[in-house]
Design a protein around this ligand. Structure first.
Ligand SMILES: Cc1cc2nc3c(=O)[nH]c(=O)nc-3n(C[C@H](O)[C@H](O)[C@H](O)COP(=O)(O)OP(=O)(O)OC[C@H]3O[C@@H](n4cnc5c(N)ncnc54)[C@H](O)[C@@H]3O)c2cc1C
Length: 412
């Protein structure tokens, strides 16, 4: 039986409370891939959409465990913020990836595309890799190690373009995250850390997934240690650091008619800098057209987005004691503009979107709001601003600063 990843805040809190005591064995157990995935949290989707906050996870971890015991767990929870901060300084890496996802199908030979489709459908002929592809399609979840193996297989064994493999993950993973997904694929490809890529090895699969994946050995000779030769991959675009946008971390004085816009980068407005907002209306965009036509997300992924957005709206409506609405306009900008008009909003407040799909529509949204005389105020959590400021180089310099910061946090 497949585990169910928690999505709503209530489900996430129940799962997290059950997992928090197990954090003590996370460092030694994490890398094993086992049926049911009891050794990892399955909290990816709730953390990605922030129906559960990293800040809560970190403070409860430190309240229950010593830093030494919990360090590996804290490190993994902070990896996501590291990737987010890294991408925040290089938004073009996301844009270039999306452009390649759109252009490659027109440029690649038909047989490469046919092979890519077969590998994605779980018909590569390498039984354990096919099981992983089918697992992803069926459940929307993969353990970290299987993500690494499959990405390594796609890039270095099948010699397929990393961009299309990353897109397959992005369309199916319920926790699909523009930063963690794109940058982890780049890391496997050898683009993220100079001179380092990730090669899949049969001995590693046999060690970490004995029963789960190695039952059928068909095709496994292609993964034999020493048989896999790293693909040499070039970076096509610019990966230079840019000055990231700066956002306020607190609300200013406001007596205007204000709406709260909720989007999938942060769905717990009741905790943090927006807690004291007094909106007259709350809205979120369901945007199925964009999800299915532009990003071609799986129906399971679209359904999970609906679940988290509806959950966020319901909690926000209760917290702010005001009506909320799920906008179903074909384009989110059009939906938000009608909402602004209908409620005569002078200001819309939201969490600052992270680099990714919501962030991409900001220029159009700003221009439309400006033409209506409505102010858009974007707020960043102070804890994100701090973590992002540490993510200027590799993960280990980031972690040095982050761990020093975590050790100074007041215990809740
Ligand atoms: C090729 C590839 C693609 C990936 N794509 C995504 C993605 O789209 N979205 C995503 O959230 N993670 C992604 N990851 C990172 C990681 O695999 C998942 O976060 C993790 O497996 C989620 O499952 P979990 O919640 O059970 O993990 P746990 O081990 O329980 O980890 C707890 C939390 O820590 C964070 N985390 C753990 N490991 C990592 C990591 N290596 N990088 C970043 N954050 C981490 C996540 O928020 C996770 O929920 C990817 C990794 C690889 C190798």
């Amino acid at each position: 039986m497949h585990p169910v990843a928690p999505l709503t805040r209530q489900e996430a809190l129940v799962s997290w409370r059950a997992f928090c005591p197990v954090v003590t064995s996370y460092a030694s157990a994490r890398n094993r891939v086992q049926a049911g995935h009891g050794n990892v949290s399955l909290l990816g989707a709730s953390i990605r959409f922030r129906t559960l906050l990293e800040d809560e996870v970190i403070s409860e971890t430190l309240a229950q465990h010593s830093y030494q015991v919990a360090e590996k767990w804290l490190q993994e929870v902070c990896w996501r913020r590291y990737w987010k901060g890294w991408l925040d300084m290089r938004p073009q890496v996301w844009t270039q990836w999306r452009q390649r996802v759109r252009s490659l199908p027109q440029q690649l030979p038909a047989e490469t595309l046919a092979r890519a489709r077969a590998v994605m459908s779980g018909e590569s002929g390498v039984a354990c890799m096919d099981l992983i592809a089918r697992d992803l399609i069926e459940t929307g979840y993969l353990h970290n190690h299987t993500r690494m193996w499959w990405a390594g297989f796609w890039i270095h064994v099948e010699k397929l373009p990393w961009e299309l493999g990353a897109d397959f993950f992005f369309r199916h993973l319920l926790d699909a995250d523009p930063a963690s997904n794109t940058l982890s694929w780049r890391w496997v490809a050898g683009l993220q850390t100079p001179g380092k890529c990730y090669l899949v090895r049969l001995s590693n699969i046999e060690k970490y997934a004995p029963d789960y994946l190695s039952g059928n050995a068909a095709g496994s000779e292609r993964l034999a240690d020493g048989a896999v030769v790293a693909s040499v991959i070039e970076d096509f675009g610019d990966v230079g650091k840019k000055m990231p946008a700066q956002y306020p971390t607190a609300l200013g004085q406001n007596s205007r008619r204000t709406g709260l816009w909720l989007h999938p980068d942060d769905l717990t407005p009741e905790i943090g800098p927006l807690t004291d907002l007094a909106p007259v209306s709350i809205a979120a965009c369901l945007s199925d057209h964009v999800y299915s036509e532009f990003y071609q997300l799986s129906s399971q992924r679209i359904a999970s987005l609906h679940t988290v957005l509806v959950d966020g709206l319901a909690r926000a409506a209760a917290h702010y004691a005001c009506p909320s609405v799920a906008l179903a306009a074909e384009h989110p900008v059009a939906g938000l503009c009608s909402w602004v008009r209908e409620h005569e909003l002078a200001e819309v407040v939201a969490f600052a979107p992270m680099v990714g799909p919501v962030h991409d529509m900001l220029p159009r949204l700003r221009a439309s709001f400006e033409s209506m005389g409505t102010r858009l105020t974007l707020i960043r959590r102070a804890s994100d601003a701090t973590a992002f400021s540490f993510a200027t180089a590799g993960f280990f310099p980031f972690w040095e600063k982050m761990s020093r910061h975590l050790k100074q946090l007041p215990l809740s």
